[in-house]
Design a protein around this ligand. Structure first.
Ligand SMILES: Nc1nc2c(ncn2[C@@H]2O[C@H](COP(=O)(O)OP(=O)(O)OP(=O)(O)O)[C@@H](O)[C@H]2O)c(=O)[nH]1
Length: 335
């Protein structure tokens, strides 16, 4: 029989993971943790959608990420029934929570919630050398339960429109610091602004290459080296100039309890699509002015020797062909 007791208004349940009878019961804390983490990705949780199915977007796990700059954020990982990508939300501020993650599962223990990140506040270290691979003792369970009850009580929901960025993945710009685009710089700047404000959400969509994928984007780069611009290169490869949709981003923002946002973007398509879904109002827009086009001093992470010509060309095409809301600097205006 599982031991259930109530502490500070919460049910503390020992060892009540409901297992199909075919599976062996976890006999140790280690097995239990392993079992729980496998459960997160159970195929039952999200099933592939048929064309007519309603979009289903659910947060599967959340974890705290301290950053090199000294701040920290939480990463929320989402699964959905439209594609197989792991889209994410990078969240600053403890008041922003996911309703799909926070749902209580049947017979869920506090440890289940901790493993999938549905805990409140900050976790305290309660594991000692002796308990590394064994069951938590009653005192440790009680401490965890007490800490969770207090943190849950202290939580208050989002009260004002936070800074939000909907950002599409760019391996070249973000990971290998390509100077063909401003993607890495935009991500860094959004993180810096949200860190400074203490709250905000970056919806990080796995839409590499404006949705065409890395393979096709690299082909497009070769065409760009022949002189085609970023739009023409896509079209020559039989891709739309930009085929991205933001329905998953919309559902992620809804799941995070946001109805009003201050959007960091130059791209009118993101605003128009988001508002068309009717769930989220863009109450303010903040431009993402490229560092090399701004009059403010360069950020420490922006190298002074950035090959400006290629970046200028990419940015100018976004303004002239993709309706991006940015002022072209006089230095690159056509003569
Ligand atoms: N196909 C293609 N994709 C590119 C190229 N350069 C960058 N990208 C992709 O463009 C996308 C940039 O998306 P976002 O960072 O969301 O920016 P955006 O659409 O310009 O809009 P804002 O930054 O919000 O103003 C990323 O997926 C990049 O991988 C390119 O030359 N060709």
């Amino acid at each position: 029989m599982p031991a259930v007791f109530t502490l500070f208004g919460m049910n503390v349940v020992h060892d009540t993971v409901k297992l199909p009878s075919s599976l062996p019961r976890p006999t140790s804390y280690k097995e239990y943790v392993k079992f729980m983490s496998n459960q997160l990705y159970s195929p039952k949780a999200i099933t592939p959608a048929l064309q007519q199915d309603k979009l289903d977007v659910q947060c599967q796990v959340r974890a705290r990420i301290p950053t090199m700059e000294g701040g920290e954020m939480h990463l929320f990982l989402y699964k959905n029934n439209k594609d197989t990508k792991e889209h994410m939300a990078i969240v600053y501020g403890d008041d922003i929570r996911s309703s799909s993650l926070d749902k209580t599962w049947e017979n869920e223990t506090i440890m289940n919630r901790v493993v999938r990140g549905a805990y409140y506040g900050r976790l305290e270290e309660i594991i000692t050398d002796e308990t590394q691979y064994t069951q938590l003792n009653a005192k440790q369970w009680a401490r965890l339960a007490q800490q969770q009850a207090i943190a849950k009580e202290a939580w208050r929901p989002v009260s004002e429109a936070p800074l939000v960025r909907i950002h599409s993945e760019c391996f070249t710009g973000e990971t290998v610091h390509s100077a063909r685009c401003d993607c890495g710089e935009q991500l860094d700047e959004a993180m810096r602004l949200m860190q400074q404000a203490g709250r905000g959400v970056i919806v990080y969509l796995r839409q590499e290459g404006r949705g065409i994928g890395l393979l096709e984007k690299l082909k497009a780069y070769n065409l760009q080296d022949l002189g085609h611009d970023t739009v023409a290169a896509n079209l020559l490869l039989d891709h739309p100039a930009d085929g991205r949709t933001y329905d998953i981003a919309n559902d992620i923002l809804k799941d995070l309890g946001l109805s009003e946002v201050r959007l960091l973007t130059n791209n009118p398509d993101k605003i128009e699509q988001l508002e068309a879904f009717g769930d989220i109002k863009v109450v303010d827009r903040k431009s993402m002015v490229p560092q090399s086009w701004s009059s403010s001093p360069p950020l420490s992470h922006t190298p002074q020797s950035t090959p400006k010509k290629e970046l200028d060309r990419y940015l100018a095409v976004k303004v002239t062909k993709m309706r991006h809301m940015l002022d072209l600097p006089t230095s690159i205006l056509p003569q």
